[in-house]
Design a protein around this ligand. Structure first.
Ligand code: GNR
Ligand code: NI
Length: 165
């Protein structure tokens, strides 16, 4: 087990497009375990492999207070979505910044689980937001991309100042 280092915006590696996992083997499961350890330590509710500079389509999520409801999505694909909801989002790669973002309210996602088995999940609310936020990471997209370029520039400057201190 290991805590992994999380990249921070505007690191260009966060813009990399992740590749599908060909086989869910022990090496992938080891990475998933390390990603859970990293997300629990933060603490946060989700993490995409892109954020730890591994460019494979892997997402881990746990919305529970007790950190005992791990969800792992390998090669996730959002098959359909509908409705609209606005949730204040944060991101481990954009520390200290929280912004309201509008996204589809409900989704159907297909993925492989920890065992490499295919599953389909229909969900809404915060879990739907979190899955969309993580799937965005896998294609190099960040929640700040939904904001105006002026706002994004301000956030970039704020993080730069934080880093210097
Ligand atoms: O911990 C996290 N909280 C969060 C809150 C609202 C919407 C999305 C998230 S995901 C974030 C962790 C993270 O950066 N995952 O990529
Ligand atoms: Ni994030």
């Amino acid at each position: 087990m290991a805590i992994l280092e999380v990249l921070h915006f505007p690191d260009p590696h966060l813009r990399t497009k992740a590749k599908p996992v060909k086989q869910v083997d022990n090496a992938i499961r080891q990475l998933v375990d390390d990603m859970f350890e990293t997300v629990y330590k933060a603490p946060a509710i989700g993490l995409a492999a892109t954020q730890v500079n591994v460019h494979k389509q892997i997402v881990v999520i746990d919305l529970s207070e007790e950190q005992n409801q791990p969800l792992c999505f390998i090669n996730p694909k959002i098959m359909s979505s509908g409705g609209v909801q606005t949730v204040e989002e944060g991101c481990l790669s954009i520390p200290g910044i929280f912004e309201k973002i509008e996204r589809p309210e409900h989704i159907i996602v297909e993925a492989l689980n920890y065992k490499g088995e295919s599953f389909t999940l229909k969900t809404d609310g915060l879990l739907a937001v979190c899955i969309q936020h993580e799937v965005d990471h896998l294609v190099g997209k960040l929640f700040v991309d939904y904001l105006s370029s002026l706002k994004r520039q301000r956030i970039r400057k704020k993080l730069f100042k934080q880093k210097k201190r």
